[in-house]
Design a protein around this ligand. Structure first.
Ligand code: HEC
Ligand code: HEC
Ligand code: HEC
Ligand code: HEC
Ligand code: HEC
Length: 399
């Protein structure tokens, strides 16, 4: 009875209530825009990326979709760090957040329990833009942060000197940091030495020893290319340009396509019904090995034969790295590799611009016309079994 009265009350009141709620939400948004967004900037610690979004909406939209924005909250990491926690509480707490939720350790106060909402934003705006200096020789604490009012970048929006006349002092000061568009900025996280001193991932080193490094092509050059957008809202200041650096960081599908160039070098019958196919694969687009980083990634090369009087046959060969523990066990997920990995058994990933010929031999192929196709793709076996098995096409060839 009472319940009914209560729900009746709710029914009649709800529409007004919801309208009021929406209205106040709108008011907060309006108030948060412009002048008061500036007031919401945290001068003593990290500011939430949503505050930056009031004036840098297009960049926020691009970042929001990135793996960086979900570096802490994504289910794969959550599950993986839970597993890590079972093995070593200290490691899971202090070590993983360093790269997946860096504001937990670089701020004026530690937030290892991840209580602050800004910590859960993963690799957010204010983490990157308050980096003062990168020292890759210091593997434990590669970034030196100067958290507070000043934001650093290399775009010269504000000219070469800190806070010239064009700056918006109400929101924040900005300084020109020449190294900001250099790979070192990324290298502090994309070079992963675990507690046993094993390099679980070494994207930075792979890049450093490639021709791209020699030619001055940085991570940002491929991953943060200019995309349409305005760097800040016209309500704040008239934007001087109509492009922003892509903050989603992942290369678009069009850039992935053809990352591995495939050529069918030869395809011919051998004796006794055997059939041999030689495929040449070349890493033509990535500035590091394929696959790079986490050892759960694999490059797969697949050859398919189809012909008269035979059913379709497929062979797959995989390339990547194998990390083992002290007893020689092959570690297949990030948790194990990060915690128990002690040695790199082998690494068959494809170096930048490396061309490699791979041979496939099929048995019992009837004589006659045979159609041969080859396909390269990237796979990832996440620790969460409900997650999709990711499959990214990289290249194709046919004969
Ligand atoms: C109230 C609006 C406002 C807010 C909020 C704001 N910004 Fe800005 N920001 C600007 C404007 C305007 C400029 C360009 C200034 C100019 O050209 O005079 C700018 C410039 C920048 C630049 C300089 C780029 C360069 O190389 O010159 C960076 C980096 C930056 N903002 C980062 C941030 C981050 C990170 C946040 C959140 C922590 C943030 N901003 C919040 C308005 C804002
Ligand atoms: C992983 C580090 C990283 C994160 C996270 C990041 N940025 Fe950037 N940002 C950069 C780099 C690097 C550049 C400069 C690119 C270059 O010089 O080629 C840049 C450039 C900028 C610029 C100058 C844009 C221009 O066109 O002049 C602004 C403004 C900016 N970022 C704001 C933000 C905001 C707002 C966020 C969060 C929504 C954010 N950034 C998140 C690394 C980062
Ligand atoms: C504070 C550490 C940190 C910094 C700095 C950083 N990253 Fe990342 N990055 C990560 C983490 C952690 C992930 C993985 C997130 C996940 O999937 O759990 C990641 C993921 C990525 C991915 C994978 C995207 C995908 O779709 O799989 C790319 C590409 C990337 N980062 C490029 C860069 C580049 C380029 C820079 C420098 C401009 C950079 N990162 C700087 C920590 C960082
Ligand atoms: C010459 C262009 C180029 C440069 C330079 C480059 N990348 Fe990449 N990156 C790519 C391409 C293309 C892919 C997609 C192929 C792949 O996944 O291996 C990629 C993929 C990635 C991935 C995702 C890996 C995966 O398998 O999902 C990460 C992480 C990454 N790059 C980080 C970096 C970092 C960090 C740097 C600098 C040290 C860098 N990249 C430099 C082109 C480049
Ligand atoms: C030195 C920085 C660093 C540390 C420390 C680190 N990670 Fe990562 N992690 C990364 C980067 C960068 C990526 C993504 C790009 C790649 O694979 O190279 C990544 C990717 C992952 C992924 C794959 C996410 C996906 O979507 O496929 C998982 C899971 C993960 N890390 C778990 C952990 C756990 C658990 C710990 C602690 C035991 C940890 N990481 C410590 C930098 C780090």
């Amino acid at each position: 009875m009472r319940d009914n009265r209560y729900s009746g009350f709710l029914k009649s009141f709800a529409p007004t209530f919801i309208r009021l709620l929406l209205l106040s939400a709108t008011l907060v948004l309006i108030a948060a825009n412009g002048a008061s967004a500036a007031e919401e900037m945290n001068r003593a610690g990290y500011t939430s990326s949503t505050i930056c979004s009031y004036c840098h909406a297009d960049i926020y939209k691009s970042w929001e979709k990135s793996a960086h924005a979900r570096a802490y909250t994504n289910r794969t990491f959550q599950e993986s760090s839970r597993q890590a926690y079972m093995v070593s509480k200290v490691l899971a707490k202090n070590f993983c957040v360093k790269c997946h939720a860096p504001t937990a350790v670089y701020g004026p106060a530690l937030d290892l329990d991840v209580n602050l909402p800004v910590t859960r934003e993963g690799v957010g705006c204010d983490f990157c833009h308050t980096i003062e200096k990168v020292d890759l020789a210091d593997v434990h604490v590669p970034y030196k942060a100067d958290v507070g009012g000043q934001k650093n970048a290399s775009m010269r929006l504000l000219g070469p000197k800190p806070n010239p006349s064009g700056a918006n002092p109400a929101a924040h000061q900005a300084a020109y940091a020449a190294w900001f568009n250099k790979s070192e900025l990324c290298g502090g996280c994309h070079e992963m030495a675990n507690a046993n001193g094993l390099k679980v991932g070494e994207t930075y080193t792979e890049w450093k020893s490639s021709k791209y490094s020699a030619e001055g092509v940085q991570c940002q050059g491929c991953h943060m290319h200019a995309t349409p957008g305005t760097p800040y809202e016209s309500s704040v200041k008239k934007p001087a340009k109509t492009t922003i650096p892509n903050h989603s960081l992942s290369p678009e599908a069009s850039r992935l396509q053809g990352a591995v160039d495939l050529k069918l070098v030869s395809a011919a019958p051998l004796e006794k019904g055997a059939y041999q196919v030689d495929v040449a694969m070349t890493n033509v687009k990535a500035g590091h090995n394929i696959p790079t980083g986490s050892p759960v990634r694999t490059l797969a090369l697949e050859v398919t034969l189809q012909g008269d009087g035979m059913s379709r046959v497929v062979q797959v060969k995989t390339f990547g790295k194998r990390i083992i523990d002290k007893n020689g066990n092959w570690l297949v997920n990030d948790t194990d590799a990060q915690i128990n990995g002690t040695k790199l058994k082998f690494n068959t990933s494809l170096r930048p611009m490396e061309r490699r010929e791979v041979r496939f031999v099929f048995a019992n192929v009837p004589a006659g016309k045979v159609k041969v196709t080859a396909r390269a793709f990237l796979t990832r076996n996440p620790v969460v079994d409900t997650d999709e098995h990711v499959l990214i096409p990289l290249g194709e060839a046919a004969k």
